[in-house]
Design a protein around this ligand. Structure first.
Ligand code: PAF
Length: 281
């Protein structure tokens, strides 16, 4: 496995890497969810193609200083995990490598980003789009794999690729969960044991509300009320948002007539977790 610690090293190696090349962009603190993305990348490129992973805690997508500072960075464990998962190339730049001190160009998406996480984290998706576009340019990958847990991010990246004619295939991979249903996230390690024991309530609340749909409910209000009622049973979490949105436009819906998403973001003190379920009428 080749490790490129800066952009010069990456650019020196990238042309010689066998194609097709599939990129798995990450911020490190790799867990089984990321490993599943790496395995998917291998499936996509086959045994002779290149599986590339980027590990970069992108400062410009963090809206809270504390979240950036406390984001876990276990680089040696991450490199070992990439190697064991069969990655061929890992890119581990520092922030100074990725952004010039006077960088002044960003990529912004202006519609899908105005809902859900975009509404509560100003500038977040512009930070994501900017770094992902830079990674696409650096790697010149044929494809890239992203987790569906961040479904809004996935939708925005697909929109960016469509609207800017970026020649890359975007592949979404199913959310990987802990045995108790909690969606895997690099932030889970920051939960206290009590918070970690409580956190599966997020998934349970969403699925319980989704059950109303199978009983024939089509109005958003009672479904949202059921999810909120379940979430509020927790003494520890604080709801950031709970929304029912159209699966394509991400706009809030009042009546479910097309595929929709029930999504939430919750805080355990400063740790923010997201999850969602699909609602298919
Ligand atoms: O999903 C993530 O880990 C990040 O948002 C990404 C796509 C690696 C960009 O920094």
């Amino acid at each position: 496995m080749i490790v490129a610690a800066d952009t010069a090293a990456l650019l020196e190696k990238i042309d010689a890497m066998p194609r097709p090349l599939c990129l798995v962009p990450t911020m490190g603190a790799l867990h089984e969810g990321h490993l599943a993305l790496i395995h998917e990348a291998r499936r996509v490129v086959g045994p002779t193609g290149t599986v590339a992973v980027s590990i970069f805690v992108n400062p410009i997508q963090f809206d809270r200083k504390e979240d950036l500072e406390k984001y876990p960075r276990p680089l040696s464990a991450d490199l070992a995990a990439c190697e064991a998962a069969g990655a061929d190339l890992v890119f581990t730049p520092e922030a100074g490598q990725m952004y010039h001190a006077d960088h002044s160009i960003t990529v912004s998406e202006n519609r899908l980003s105005s809902f859900l996480c975009g509404a509560s984290r100003p500038g977040h998706f512009s930070g994501v789009c900017t770094v992902v576009m830079k990674l696409f340019m650096l790697f010149r990958a044929q494809s890239a794999v992203f987790g569906k847990k961040d479904f809004q991010q996935l939708a925005i990246i697909k929109r960016m690729v469509r609207d800017l004619n970026v020649p890359i295939e975007i592949i979404g991979h199913a959310t990987i969960r802990e045995a108790d249903g909690l969606a895997m996230s690099s932030r889970n390690v920051r939960l206290s044991p009590e918070q970690r024991a409580d956190a599966p309530i997020i998934r349970r609340s969403l699925t319980a509300a989704r059950d109303l749909l199978s009983l024939g409910e089509r109005q958003a209000e009672p479904i949202l009320a059921a999810a909120r009622h379940h979430l509020e049973k927790s003494q520890m979490l604080k709801i950031d948002y709970l929304s029912l949105v159209d699966a394509e436009t991400l706009e809030p819906v009042a009546t479910i007539r097309r595929p929709a998403i029930l999504a939430t973001a919750c805080f355990y003190e400063s740790v923010r977790l997201i999850d969602h379920v699909e609602l298919l009428p």
